[in-house]
Design a protein around this ligand. Structure first.
Ligand SMILES: C[S@@+](CC[C@H](N)C(=O)[O-])C[C@H]1O[C@@H](n2cnc3c(N)ncnc32)[C@H](O)[C@@H]1O
Length: 208
């Protein structure tokens, strides 16, 4: 049985709570963005957890910054990066307070932005969009509220699921390269349950 409780508790053991396999959205990003010897795309992973996606990107030639509120998650990310021989810059921070100051080619996040309270999301997404390079992308997956799907057993109290179409609305003025809403089975916390997820990859229109 995997551990429940706070992310710090979940990440405390040697085992990787979310595994080491990259997320579906990460794999989609790799299909769209191609690092070269002269182009090392700068990527930030907001809510990196134990680093499964951050390390995957670093292994494929991205210059990766990984941010999470959980210190054990950050430590596991560093450890996983070291074990695989890649460099990942880590930031221990709270996305509710963190404003991007640098520009990134890819702003990436899976299963984390539902921690942003709905009334503050507009300003956070504007900050992410403003700090995306010309022709850069935002690749985001969020949990979506569905009346017929019970709350996940290990879902945090401070989580606010998105409504259907909400994520897309933040990218109305960008080119949408990929947008899917689907329901998947999950066994996190040791109990089988379902999630509805919306994955989106949107590109900032080239300005120069
Ligand atoms: C469902 S996990 C997803 C982890 C990772 N993205 C993955 O796909 O494996 C959500 C992550 O969000 C982080 N998190 C929760 N609230 C946060 C906050 N306010 N600021 C930064 N990270 C936060 C948690 O520590 C956790 O690692």
């Amino acid at each position: 049985m995997k551990r429940k409780g706070s992310y710090n508790q979940r990440y405390a053991g040697d085992e990787y709570y979310w595994g080491k396999k990259p997320s579906i959205t990460s794999i989609k990003v790799i299909e769209l963005v191609h690092p070269t010897p002269t182009f090392r795309p700068k990527l930030i992973d907001l809510g990196c957890g134990e680093g499964r996606n951050a390390v995957y990107f670093a292994q494929r030639g991205f210059d990766v910054v990984a941010l999470d509120l959980s210190l054990p998650g950050i430590e596991k990310t560093k450890r996983y990066a070291k074990e695989t021989g890649v460099n990942v810059t880590t930031i221990h921070a709270n996305i509710l307070e963190y404003e991007l100051k640098e520009t990134y080619d890819v702003i990436f996040s899976t299963g984390t932005l539902h921690f942003l309270p709905p009334e503050t999301r507009g300003q956070h997404f504007q900050n992410y969009k403003d700090h995306t390079s010309s022709n850069g992308i935002n690749a985001i997956s969020v949990f979506v509220k569905k009346p017929f799907i019970p709350r996940a057993p290990d879902l945090d109290r401070d989580a606010y699921h998105f409504t259907s179409g909400e994520l897309l609305s933040y990218y109305w003025d960008w080119e949408v390269l990929y947008c899917v809403e689907e329901i998947f089975e999950c066994a996190s916390g040791g109990v089988s349950h379902k999630h509805a997820v919306n994955r989106i990859i949107a590109r900032r229109y080239r300005t120069e």
